[in-house]
Write a protein of this length. Sequence first.
Length: 139
Amino acid sequence: MKSYRKELWFNTSGRMEFINITPQVEGCVRESGIREGLCLVNAMHITASVFINDDESGLHQDYKDWLERLAPHDPTTFYRHNRTGEDNGDAHLKRQVMGREVVVAVTGGKLDFGPWEQIFYGEFDGRRKKRVLVKIIGE
């Protein structure tokens, strides 16, 4: 069995952003040379997420609106976590809802997606450098 590991790095300009990272992950699958296996993609920051869904701007705005209603950024005094001097208590909760990682089958050297599926990096406490781990195992 072969193993492949790569880090993808991102700088986001906004506090909350969704970035389609499918092309970068597909590039990792090609680089790995693995034809049959599994591809793990996970956020390496506690205030970020990796998830699979449709690449549709209305849906992404719905996610942002929904997450902000679930865990609004303001007032920052609402979160006990922010008493530590942080202002990202909401981002931790948003990440918990959206998830840390995805696993996608690799079949015939390609990500084995259902219709419309794409991989996204979700940022909830942006404006600084963040990373995603891609780990692929298989033959």
